[in-house]
Design a protein around this ligand. Structure first.
Ligand code: PMP
Length: 323
């Protein structure tokens, strides 16, 4: 679909996948005025197809649009575009195991001009890509690399928006993490370099020895993950106290050492819930538990995946059927 101030959103249609024609002076190529979302469609045992919390993605896209000076995409356009795409060929949604159809809505500045101001022509599009099970041989615990040199986002910046620029900033530290054998990079806040924000593409949770689960509070520069939000609810459903508060890097190191933090896990749409075995940094490592996926992590993961695949009751109205 295309937007201009005169027409508003118009020309929504499903087209065969193919390249876009991009003029070299297209605004997004120079100033990165772009946002995106990520969500999944799942096949249930009876063959029906469902989306997980698409209104939450629509709402986050609106918040991202606002921050990036992009036009608001009404929720019915967002939901309608995804429904139309998935309905075009239901066979795109892979069935069996933990397979799903990953959906990637995105919006970008498509006006052709050189100059720094919000684009007066904006394009919105959705692509779909089948996703296999994230962990081929069962859920595996990963190591995380603490970035001490780089931040992902700063106060007043775009950290809470899902915009391409945030990921551009995290590519180098993410590569550093990979070079140290770690699956993801962990970022601290940019002001005090003390508080844990999130990972390159996931939010974090800590399981404490008293059974409570803690996630870093939304600082203004953390992406408000939909999986993070769902786990706050599931954690409570499973009887855990759930706390949003600041967690310092020293608390993580100390808690791993003295056993007050018994499990750590990361969460996001792609891998749902990933156990974190250890945090590594230049010259050190903090290991939580015995390095194996912990019980609380495993139980929370199962509870969430069971809702997504229709094996457990959808108590919170998270699923939307694709007609
Ligand atoms: N933080 C970042 C930086 C991310 O890219 C993602 C993935 N969208 C998340 C957190 C988790 O968000 P969600 O649960 O909505 O996928």
């Amino acid at each position: 679909a295309e937007w201009t101030p005169d027409t508003g959103w118009a020309d929504g249609r499903v087209v065969p996948y193919g390249p876009l024609q991009i003029d070299p002076a297209t605004a997004v190529l120079h100033y990165a005025q772009e946002i995106f979302e990520g969500l999944k469609a799942y096949v249930h045992a009876d063959g029906s197809v469902w989306l997980f919390r698409p209104e939450a993605n629509a709402a986050r896209m609106q918040r991202s649009a606002q921050r990036l000076a992009l036009p608001e995409l009404p929720t019915d356009w967002f939901l309608g575009s995804i429904q139309a795409l998935v309905e075009a060929d239901r066979a795109w949604v892979p069935a069996g195991g933990e397979k799903s159809l990953y959906l990637r809505p995105f919006m970008f500045a498509s006006e052709v001009f050189l100059g720094v101001r919000p684009s007066q022509h904006v394009t919105y599009s959705v692509i779909a890509s089948p996703a296999g099970a994230y962990f081929a041989g069962g859920v595996q615990a990963v190591s995380i690399w603490l970035s001490t040199e780089y931040s992902r986002a700063g106060a007043g910046g775009t950290g809470a928006a899902k915009c391409g620029g945030n990921y551009a900033a995290s590519l180098l530290p993410q590569r550093e993490a990979a070079e140290h054998g770690c699956a993801q990079v962990a970022f601290l806040d940019s002001t005090e370099q003390k508080w844990i924000e999130e990972l390159g593409g996931m939010n974090l949770y800590f399981v404490q020895s008293d059974g409570s689960i803690v996630t870093p509070s939304l600082s203004g520069s953390i992406l408000e993950g939909i999986t993070r939000d769902s786990i706050m609810q599931i954690g409570r459903d499973l009887g855990h106290e759930v706390v949003e508060r600041r967690v310092s890097i020293d608390e993580w190191r100390q808690g791993a050492a003295d056993g007050t933090i018994t499990e750590v896990f990361a969460c996001g749409t792609a891998a749902v819930v990933t156990p974190v075995a250890s945090l590594k940094w230049e010259g050190g490592e903090a290991v939580s538990g015995d390095g194996q996926p912990g019980k609380v992590t495993t139980d929370i993961r199962s509870a969430l995946v069971d809702v997504q695949y229709g094996r457990a009751e959808d108590r919170h109205g998270w699923l939307t059927r694709v007609s």
